[in-house]
Design a protein around this ligand. Structure first.
Ligand code: NDP
Length: 337
């Protein structure tokens, strides 16, 4: 049983030595428990927060404890009345080959599911985040302009595609020409701008001639600086993530832009609202799952998945996620399904 532990708390960007791989015996399930074999491990930006101490919406991973993470697993042994060997479950086993569970928090997946890994992406937490953040907070109306950053990633790719389904003009912001072409050619966005361009502000303004009505915030940093002057009166800003800042060790240098932000919010009567998906929206999961499953089946929402082989590659893949090296929802294939 291989497991990846938090070896040290990163200062700034995580390094390979902040993780440690160890081998242990495969655990034995007790009465009322199941032994789970991890098939797929989800890697997500929130894990960076769990590696650090300090106040957040969830407690940190302890040093020398297994890194947390959502998983799709197969029941290998069952001493639990509700589960049988071979069942597929969505759970929270973390970065390891095997885990024992008493069933708490497990969600059974359809064992005939063609691509069970999608339960970690478009049909799971990131898809749910895109759906609720955009539809409940962003409230896009036909003809409006919706902008989304990290626009080819797990959340952003779904946000943009839902906005298209709602009749909006969709502008993506992504890292590099290749991702921008994916956003336009594969995902059907109307335009996409490379956030590394020197003239980001000018390019973004050029593709938003009518301003921005909904900005789905995944990133922060210079992307938000470019978006802020383009926000229209009564714009909505679902504040989902700030990945450009997750490795920050102090406030960024430069002038204090808080007065500019608050003045813009006030004079344009903009609504900016943060949300934490399951804390805020758990009861609406079934509604999301039903509609998104239909959209994916009908090809109305296209899936972007970046599958990396082998648990041992999880640290490097996670480091890459914080640098934009992933192409779509990042998933580790831990064992053959
Ligand atoms: P992605 O699949 O989008 O992967 C992360 C992407 O972020 C990278 O590919 C990269 O895209 C971009 N990125 C990374 N570093 C930077 C940087 N310094 N500056 C600009 N862009 C950067 O991840 P997710 O879709 O899973 O997550 C997107 C956001 O949503 C994150 O901020 C995450 O924390 C948040 N989130 C929030 C939830 C909530 O409940 N509030 C739930 C789930 C996610 P690119 O190369 O295009 O720049």
């Amino acid at each position: 049983n291989r497991r990846i532990l938090l070896n040290a708390r990163p200062h700034g960007a995580p390094k390979p030595t902040d993780f440690r791989l160890e081998e242990t015996e495969v655990p034995t399930p007790g009465k009322g428990e199941v032994l789970l074999r991890t098939l797929y491990l989800s890697l997500d930006p929130y894990m960076r927060g769990r590696m650090s101490e300090g106040p957040s919406y969830a407690p940190p991973v302890e040093l020398n404890a297994v890194m947390v993470g959502g998983t799709v697993s197969r029941v290998e042994q069952s001493r639990h009345p509700d589960y049988s060997e071979g069942d597929l479950v969505l759970g929270y086993s973390g970065w390891q080959d095997y885990a024992v569970s008493d069933g708490t928090g497990l969600v059974r997946l359809d064992s005939g599911m063609e691509r069970p890994s999608l339960a970690l992406g478009v049909l799971g937490m990131p898809g749910f985040t895109a759906y609720m953040g955009l539809l409940d907070i962003g409230r896009p109306q036909p003809g409006e302009t919706v902008a989304v950053a990290a626009s080819t990633g797990a959340v952003g790719s779904v946000v943009g595609q839902i906005a298209k389904l709602k009749g909006c003009r969709v502008v993506g912001i992504a890292g590099g020409a290749e991702k921008c072409s994916v956003a336009v050619e594969e995902l059907g966005f109307d335009a996409c701008i490379d956030h590394r361009a020197d003239d980001l502000n000018e390019q973004l303004a050029a593709v938003c001639p009518d301003g921005i009505d909904v900005y789905f915030e995944n990133v922060g940093g210079r992307v938000f600086d470019a978006v802020l002057p383009l926000l229209n009166a009564k714009a909505r800003v679902p504040l989902c993530g700030l990945i450009a800042h997750y490795n920050d060790t102090e406030l960024p240098p430069g002038p204090d832009r808080l007065p500019l932000l608050t003045k813009t919010l006030l004079t344009k009567r903009i609504k900016m609202q943060g949300f934490i998906i399951f804390d805020d929206y758990a009861p609406r999961y079934p509604e999301f799952a039903a509609e998104m499953t239909e959209w994916v089946k009908a090809g109305k929402v296209r899936v972007r998945e970046d599958m990396v082989q082998g648990l041992e590659n999880a640290p490097e893949a996670f480091i890459g996620l914080l640098e934009g090296r992933n192409n779509g929802k990042l998933v580790i294939r831990v064992a053959d399904p």
